[in-house]
Every structure is written in structure tokens, then in C-alpha cells.
Write a protein that binds this ligand. Sequence first.
Ligand code: FAD
Length: 516
Amino acid sequence: MASGSNSLMWFRKGLRLHDNPALEHAARGSDLLYPVFVIDPHYMEPDPRASSPGSKRAGLNRIRFLLESLVDLDSSLRRIGSRLVVLKGDPGEVILRCLKEWSIKKLCFEFDTDPYYQALGDRVKNYATAAGIEIFSPVSHTLFNPADIIQKNGGRPPLSYQSFVKLAGEPSWAASTISTEISWLPPVGSVGNCPTSEVPSVEELGYEDKEEDERTPFKGGETEALRRLRESMSNKEWVANFEKPKGDPSSFLKPATTVLSPYLKFGCLSSRYFYQCIQEVQRNVKRHTSPPVSLLGQLLWRDFFYTVSFGTPNFDRMKDNRICKQIPWKNDDDLLAAWRDARTGFPWIDAIMVQLQKWGWMHHLARHCVACFLTRGDLFVHWEKGRDVFERLLIDSDWSINNANWLWLSCSSFFYQYNRIYSPITFGKKYDPNGNYIRHFLPILKDMPKQYIYEPWTAPLSIQVKANCIIGKDYPKPVVAHDVASKECKQILYEAYELNKRLNGKVSEEDLKSLR
Ligand code: FAD
């Protein structure tokens, strides 16, 4: 094996050539460069017992999106004299083996705040440091370095968006042009005995790819990310006037937002490049919206949540999480399954859950509605259970953002106005009175007259017969009476908040039992 200046670029997220400081550093001064991706059974092992196709931790849509992103990365690398080297197994073990077998002198990988990747990174770093291998692990997944913001705030993360924005200021790199071109990479060396492969297909990973299954319309990869970005940015008026939470959550043929989240999640798109493109549009228009509602403001929400999650131990659970209210959530698996499998009997909620299963993406307000319904709005099921379902099925599933939003929507942290509940009946109707969204994702209700589409259980039997949909037989009756259930939820939350106040957040399991 050659032992000159060999480098290994370990792709985990950051699946792109543009604005990729780790890749640029790996290439600099290297004779040979190994761009590596490890197929990790932790995420990718098929699970025949899962409630829908995919692995235990990732739905098939996201697995497919990832593989498409890898194919795209491989073909971009090939255009500049390299290729993606794919291996399979526990990434820690695989990378250690590669470092040894290929006499690597420099290891580069993007810094990641997700605890799973942090632990993996630490394991590899420990070995590499002891072996005298240079390590370069830059922060390039986010606009800011979460550690810097936490340090500026005296060692604790800011807990409000406003304080985050104030502390963060303008990113240091904002004024300089971000590198979007890599025209050449050193060749890949011999892989020796390491069992490498091409990017596998979903079938090669052991999944059944059924033609009849509706798939996500969003295709993975940097090429598609940059195309979507250009398309969004070309509508300057739209970018300048972007205002969230305005926007129609039921608009599915042309979503009301960019749908760049899955590309940001896998790093097919650099958030810093996205930020600069928005700034460029804003410079060239007379007036534009501002954070928190503007498009640029959305990227700051992302960084805000990355920062809080990075600086909060046990961020992904209620127990021992100092920013999370202690609430006596129910562990009702039947209600959870009804919600997950789109069988709540509330068409607006069920249609959103079908969009989640089929597309792996829903509008932000649609996510609000189903998360509120499962937790503090109606079913009072633990937010961690809903988080797990989203984590598995979303194509943009992101450890920091998903947990943060579930904490928010369940009124466990960040947002505490538990009296404000999304009605599973009237909220969607405001945007889509005809129920086109419901008709698309729940075709069993496609012939239900408009006046009953949000509450089909109120339709007279003769209408149900005419619409070919008998409630209780073809489509479920509501799992709860919304008015009663939401009142009960508010009452328990009131009591739980009082308890948290009285005990200064130090609420035990026993204390919670007294509220159940
Ligand atoms: P746009 O409105 O076009 O925004 C551009 C980018 O800003 C997004 O791609 C995203 O990266 C970021 N962004 C927008 N809204 C938020 C937000 N509220 N918090 C943090 N970043 C934001 N988003 C994820 O990326 N991954 C998740 O796992 C995830 N889970 C969620 C769970 C719940 C319960 C809720 C209510 C929201 C969740 N979100 C998540 C946030 C948000 O809904 C999505 O980021 C957004 O809908 C993605 O669509 P878009 O790319 O068109 O967004």
C-alpha cells in the first residue's frame, strides 16, 4: 500500500462538493484521497417487523433519498477524477480498518452535533490521535458553531430565538464568497482487502421496492438540491415576501415552502450557501420580510435548535432534561397506533399522517397539527412517542430540529400557551374548504360532500352510502370527542404546570402519578 500523504474524507452528512471545507482540506497536498461512505446497519438494516417498509430507524423513503444522494455524489466525484468508496458495517470499526490498511495520514469529516455521530467521531478521533493521524473536523453543517454561541452566553445555550439571534449576529463568513467549485481531486488509491462496493440499490440492501407504493416525489442529491434552490431563488418576490407561519399547509402539488429540508438534513445543500443566496436576493429588492418569519429567519431557527440541543443534556427526553416540563403523559399504544397509521377518524389529521408515510415530508403547520393532536391537544400521548414516528418516517428527520419541535408543540419547552390548540376540524378547513388535500391522501373520502369532509361522522347515512364510505366501517369513527378531550388535556397541563412551578421543576415520577 502506498504510504505517501494519503487522506480519507469520511462522508456522513455533508453529501456535496460545494462549500465542503472537510473535502477541500482532505484534497490539499494529498497524493491519494479516499472519499468514503459507510452503510451503517444502525440505520439501514431492513426490519420486517417495522410498521411500514424500512429499517427500525429509517423509513424506506429516507433510505432511498440517501442512496440517491450517494449516487449523485459518486457521479460528481467521478467527473473530477475521483469516486465514492462505499463500505458496510459499524462505521467506527470500518473507518479504523481503512485508516490502517490505507496508511492514512489525514482524516477529514464534518463536525456533527447529533449524539450518535458525536460518539462515533470521538471513537475514531481517539484512535487517529494516538496513531499520529492529522484530524480536520470543521463546523459546516450549520451557520454558526453552536459551541461558540454557548460560550458567548456564559456556558449555557440561549433558550429563546431572540436571544440566540442577538448573540449570534452576522456569521463571520457571511461577507466572503463561499467556495462552490471543486474542479479536481487526487485519485483514489488501491482499496486493498477492504470490502468496498458501488452505491447499493434498495433491493441490494434487502428491501422490497414495490412499484405500487406511492413514493416521495423528492429525489435525493446535491444536483437536485441546487436545482430546487435556484428555482426558489429565481422567484425574488416570493423569497422577499416569505412569511411563516403564513402559507397553506394543504398545498401539496406546489408546496408553500422550499422543501429544501431533506437536502439540508443530508448536507446535499450547504445552509451557508443557502443563506448567502437569500442575502443576495434581499440586497436586490426594495423590501423584504425579516427574522423570525423570513426565509433567512427559518435558517436561524435551524441554528437556534442546533445550539440548544448541543448544550442541553438529555435534550431528546423528558427525564433529566432541565428545559423540559414534567408532564404525566399517557403511554397508550392503541391511540399511538391509531395516530401513526392514520386511523384517528379525523380526516385532516389522518391525511397528514398519510402524507408522512407516503412522502416523508409535510408542511410545517401540518406537522404542528398532528403533533399537537397526539400530545396536548387531544390524545395526551407522550411527545417522545410521536417524535420516534417522525424520526423514522421523515425524509428530513433531524435529531436537533425534530426533538426541538416536539418539545415546542407539546408545550414541554420553548412555548407554553397550552390553551392554544389546533382544531383537527376547523384548522385545515380555513385553507382548503373543499378538502382537496384530504381527498388526495385519503381517497376513501374522495366522494364525501364538502360540508362533511372534515367531520364525516356527522354525515347522514344516506350521504355516506352515496359517497361509498360508511363511517365505522370504511373509515373510522373519531377516536376521541375533540371538545371533551381537549378540555381534559388543558386541565391536566394546567395542573402539571402548577406542579412544576411549585417543585421548581424537580418533579419525580411519584409526583406525576398523583396527576394521572
Ligand atoms: P422552509 O420553510 O422552506 O425553511 C427553510 C429551511 O429552514 C428548512 O428546510 C429547515 O432547514 C429550516 N426550518 C424551517 N422551519 C424550521 C423550524 N421550525 N425549526 C428548525 N428549522 C426550520 N425540520 C427538519 O428539518 N427536520 C425534522 O426532523 C423536523 N421535525 C419537525 C417536527 C415537528 C413536530 C415540527 C412541528 C416541525 C419539524 N421540522 C423539522 C421543522 C419544519 O417543519 C421543517 O423544517 C420544514 O417544514 C421543512 O420544509 P421546508 O424545507 O420547505 O422549510
